[in-house]
Design a protein around this ligand. Structure first.
Ligand code: AQP
Length: 355
């Protein structure tokens, strides 16, 4: 059975400072996957227009996310790093997917419901169609694997639904043109043009929570800077934020089950495990029974040790915007060539006049 060539794609929005959640939930996995896969990593600048249309600093933010990619260890020569708006085929395929996907699918997305709030009628059409552009980002390269944090799981399921509906709706033309690749869907072997992409949601920190509220995701857009550790925070800021992190009055439990119903304690233990690259059981074995006055300084020291070199490297890279722009230009050219190949076939499959 011929099958899709394994290819990793993922993106990050330039909507603010990257934080520890983005790093542990996404970036660190991006870096690790480079050893085993061809990877395409994208700064998804067009997505950032869905929340705020007019940005004063979109260019700076785009460069800053690129610097974070490079400082974390992404290799732009062996792999591809670029910003989404350089490759117009993303938006072009998103339009076709807008015609494949159903409005009901988009209305069900929890991220849309959260971000649109009560006044949905007034949300931008772009915010509603966000998952369609995300599906296009991935499928314009026919990527097979997407490393993301847990919050993106629903959008990836929708990406599979869009791919599957496209493959079904156009199955006759795909077969006629010989553009199908065999894949297993359940027990069945089917022929499709787009792969059913697998999410890679891995590691002990797939959902890092806010330092101020253990039931809320750590997020760039949280109004309180104390809720997150930014990748650019210095050692003092990291120590201060961990010291002020909300906790309960109990010491850490001596068994993992003792973390149940203690979201803040659970979050800090998860962060420690992810940074130390050990299990949460190992953390409890070391700190079980200890007060937060002992655990928090140890966590702060570990966070500073792991994050400071990244922050220093980011500062060094950001001092040379022309270098960053050159990387994005080169990556955009290589990504554009791949995207163009897919779009030529999509035009034929859909039946648009191409010659
Ligand atoms: N708290 C988190 N824990 C683990 N992973 C996370 N990610 C985001 N927050 C956490 C993962 O980081 C990648 C990039 O995210 P994004 O910038 O594309 O979008 P987002 O999920 O909307 O990120 P934020 O920080 O929450 O931004 P705002 O506040 O603008 O909504 C994704 O893989 C994501 O899963």
């Amino acid at each position: 059975m011929s099958s899709f060539k394994p290819l990793v794609f993922s993106g990050v929005q330039p909507t603010g400072n990257l934080h520890l959640g983005n790093y542990l939930g996404a970036l660190r996995n991006f870096v690790a996957l480079q050893a085993s896969h061809d990877c395409i990593y994208c700064v998804v600048d067009m997505h950032s227009l869905t929340a705020t249309l007019v940005h004063d600093d979109l260019v700076d933010q785009t460069r800053s996310i690129t610097a974070a990619f490079l400082a974390s260890g992404i290799d732009p020569k062996k792999h591809i790093v670029f910003n989404q708006s350089r490759v117009p085929q993303h938006a072009e395929l998103a339009w076709i997917f807008n015609c494949v996907a159903r409005i009901g699918w988009m209305n069900r997305m929890t991220q849309f419901k959260d971000k649109a709030g009560k006044d949905r009628e007034n949300a931008s059409l772009g915010l509603l169609a966000y998952p369609s552009l995300m599906a296009a980002d991935i499928l314009v390269y026919r990527a097979t694997h997407v490393p993301v944090g847990d919050d993106q799981k629903q959008h990836l399921e929708l990406t599979r639904d869009i791919a599957q509906k496209f493959n079904n709706d156009f199955s006759a033309r795909i077969a006629e043109l010989g553009y199908g690749t065999e894949m297993k869907v359940g027990e069945e072997v089917v022929n499709g043009f787009f792969p059913l992409t697998e999410p890679l949601i891995e590691g002990p920190a797939t959902r890092v929570m806010s330092l101020r509220d253990g039931t809320k995701k750590m997020s760039k857009s949280d109004p309180s800077d104390l809720a997150r550790i930014n990748l650019t925070d210095d050692a003092d800021a990291i120590a201060r934020k961990i010291k002020k992190a909300k906790t309960d009055p109990e010491p850490l439990p001596s068994e993992l089950q003792g973390l149940e119903n203690r979201p803040e304690a659970q979050n800090l233990v998860g962060i420690y495990a992810a940074l130390a690259e050990c299990s949460r059981e190992d953390v409890i074995a070391e700190f079980g029974g200890q007060q937060f006055s002992v655990f928090k300084p140890a966590l702060a020291e570990l966070a500073v040790e792991k994050l400071s070199p990244i922050a220093a490297e980011m500062r060094r890279i950001q001092a040379d915007p022309a270098y960053i722009d050159g990387i994005l230009r080169d990556g955009g050219e290589r990504a554009g060539a791949l995207a163009e190949e897919t779009m030529k076939k999509v035009h034929e499959i859909v039946g648009l006049l191409t010659n």
